[in-house]
Design a protein around this ligand. Sequence first.
Ligand code: AMP
Length: 192
Amino acid sequence: MRLIIMGAPGAGKGTQAPGIAEHYGIPAISTGDIFRANVKQKTELGLQVSAIMAAGDYVPDELTEKIVADRLDQADAAAGFLLDGFPRTLHQVQALDDYLSAHDQKLDAVLSLTVDSEALIQRLLKRAQLEGRADDTEETIRHRMEVYERDTKPLLDHYREQGLLISVDGDGSISEVSERAFAALDGAVGSR
Ligand code: AMP
């Protein structure tokens, strides 16, 4: 199973991704987690991206695409994966398409978690208190929302046109949302 999980900041992608990946026996690959780990370890990549992330902007496409291609090249991703937080731009969509066709692979579905935008801001402010993420200040949250609306939301139309988009209501407990996701994915992918 080759999946992408999408949604606005705070929609619950990172919360849902590990459970969904485990359910289908595939690795969850989060570009945000990869970047955060590098920032924490102060690697060269981490030093390159920390200010960009703290400002709520996107890391340049070429850099992000290289990180993802390297990760997808690893053996555990050969039979499937769940991408969380990638692609985020049309350029990244194209890079992923190119990677997959070069490897004779295809996406099975793109899961979109939908949550009302006011609820999103509240969730993110709560997460800021709990986790203290550098990109969870109110100003950065608003900026990340704008960047999402401008650069990433149009990707939903792209995947809808490809017949890959599955939208699931992201409001509810972790298990309620994941049960919805399993039902929607099994229904859609099973019937293809
Ligand atoms: P996330 O944990 O997915 O919200 O990602 C946290 C931050 O990492 C984002 O706000 C970006 O700065 C950066 N990032 C993660 N994924 C990408 C991507 N696909 N393209 C560009 N920047 C990204």
